[in-house]
Design a protein around this ligand. Structure first.
Ligand code: IMP
Ligand code: MG
Length: 172
């Protein structure tokens, strides 16, 4: 049996998303902003974040798969859905649910940079630091968490729990 416990409640999440949206709005005046969400985990965060940004912007998604077990990524990454917008000269903001080892987001940052984007930055709802292996700058971090496996607000365990309104810790 698994137990889940609320770590960050829905209201606290919304306050943080509003704050991130305000920062991004200030930083991307007169830029060509594309919010590029990493599926599937970013879908709820992306929907709220996009509405917290008061700018003309575009939205696109990509998806990656990494080989490994279900609670950590292995470092071997491939893209299973590429972005469809032309990224050239655009100001790309990668929107990710959680950065754990950093392998996925570092790989994506390099992928985007190699497609001649004007700029690439990273917004991650959760910066989980304990298992970081690849140093990567997260320009817009939501919450910093030391450890634990989190579900809810888009985050899954084996594709479940994404629809929980709060972010919860899951313990076996
Ligand atoms: P990284 O490459 O190790 O940084 O892995 C990032 C990906 O692993 C995230 O996009 C999530 O899909 C998944 N992941 C890492 N930690 C968690 C967690 O606590 N809950 C749910 N998914 C996680
Ligand atoms: Mg993910």
């Amino acid at each position: 049996m698994t137990r889940k416990k609320i770590l960050i409640d829905a209201q606290t999440i919304q306050r943080k998303v509003t704050e991130l949206g305000r920062q991004i709005t200030g930083d991307y005046q007169d830029r060509r902003l594309v919010l590029l969400g990493v599926l599937n985990g970013s879908f709820i965060f992306m929907a709220d974040l996009a509405r917290a940004i008061d700018l003309s912007l575009e939205v696109d998604f990509l998806r990656v798969a990494s080989y490994g077990n279900s609670t950590s990524s292995s470092g071997s990454i491939r893209m299973t859905k590429a972005p469809e917008l032309d990224l050239k000269d655009r100001d790309i903001l990668l929107v990710e649910d959680i950065v754990d080892t950093g392998t996925t987001i570092a790989w994506l940052r390099d992928y985007i940079a190699s497609h001649e984007a004007g700029s690439v930055r990273i917004c991650a709802l959760i910066d989980k630091q304990e298992r970081r292996q690849t140093e990567v700058e997260i320009h817009y971090p939501g919450f910093t968490v030391e450890e634990g496996f989190l579900v809810g607000y888009g985050l899954d365990y084996a594709e479940k729990y994404r629809n929980l309104p709060d972010i919860c810790t899951l313990t076996p």
